[in-house]
Design a protein around this ligand. Structure first.
Ligand code: 6PG
Length: 241
């Protein structure tokens, strides 16, 4: 097992360390390229990190932003991952609109997924069957060990053909668009930001149970020696420390 994780006293400290790692990885990517690519997650945990990054001196105008997943709602909706990131980070950091590759959650789910897949293929210049190598993917995890919008038992977890998929999440009565396993696995670097005691059992299972991504989707990419680093607060790491 080669999971790499770091534990911090609280969610803010974990977010700060994760933010630092992300800028270091993007800086590395920019040392050899004009632009870097970063796919961000939603949910509540990243908001504080985004607010920190908005105040961070960095050549943000050389970074292209994508989403790991999105709720199928308009960009003005309080559930929108785009809205949260735009308010906390993209707008205050004056990110050029042409560098923001959001999922059009206002479209029908399948249409939004198709359009987002095309946007990614165009940006990376992919041929069919190829997957994007994001410089950085930032992921979160729910108490049920879901990541992106890949929830336990979802048939999309077995989709190794496509980059993006649309899925209905009964527990939230909501359609979602999400990157699929091969796109997550193809990332050059992945960072997880996970905080809160409600996630400690899932953290233990993802780190210590047999590889079973259908049961623990956050295991995707976590095992197997890739560049994957978890930033945890003490309460989330309680069972693995
Ligand atoms: C989303 C996310 C999702 C998130 C987890 C954790 O759209 O909800 O991208 O995968 O990372 O649900 O969410 P919290 O940070 O809110 O616990």
């Amino acid at each position: 097992m080669s999971v790499r994780w770091h534990t911090y006293p609280d969610a803010a400290a974990a977010a700060e360390a994760c933010a630092h790692q992300i800028t270091a990885l993007l800086d590395e990517a920019l040392s050899g390229n004009e632009f870097a690519s970063w796919a961000i997650s939603g949910g509540s945990s990243p908001k504080i990190m985004f607010q920190m990054l908005a105040k961070t001196e960095f050549p943000w105008d050389r970074v292209h932003f994508f989403w790991v997943d999105e709720r199928c709602v308009p960009p003005t909706d309080s559930e929108s991952n785009y809205k949260m990131a735009a308010e906390a980070f993209l707008t205050p950091a004056h990110i050029p609109q042409r560098h923001i590759h959001r999922v059009m959650g206002e479209l029908a789910p399948q249409a939004a997924a198709q359009r987002y897949g095309e946007e990614i293929r165009d940006f990376f210049g992919l041929d069919s069957g190829e997957f994007p190598h994001f410089d950085v993917i930032h992921r979160g995890m729910g108490p049920d060990a879901h990541t992106a919008s890949l929830f336990p038992g979802d048939p999309l977890i077995d989709d190794h053909e496509n980059i993006v998929g649309a899925t209905f999440v009964p527990k939230f009565n909501q359609w979602r668009v999400t990157l699929l396993p091969e796109a997550l696995l193809a990332a050059k670097h992945t960072v997880f930001l996970v905080a809160g005691a409600d996630k400690k059992d899932a953290v233990r299972a993802v780190f210590q149970e047999e590889y079973d991504p259908k049961k623990y989707p956050a295991q995707i990419g976590t095992h197997g020696g890739r560049s994957v680093t978890w930033f945890l607060d003490q309460s989330a790491a309680e069972l693995v420390e």
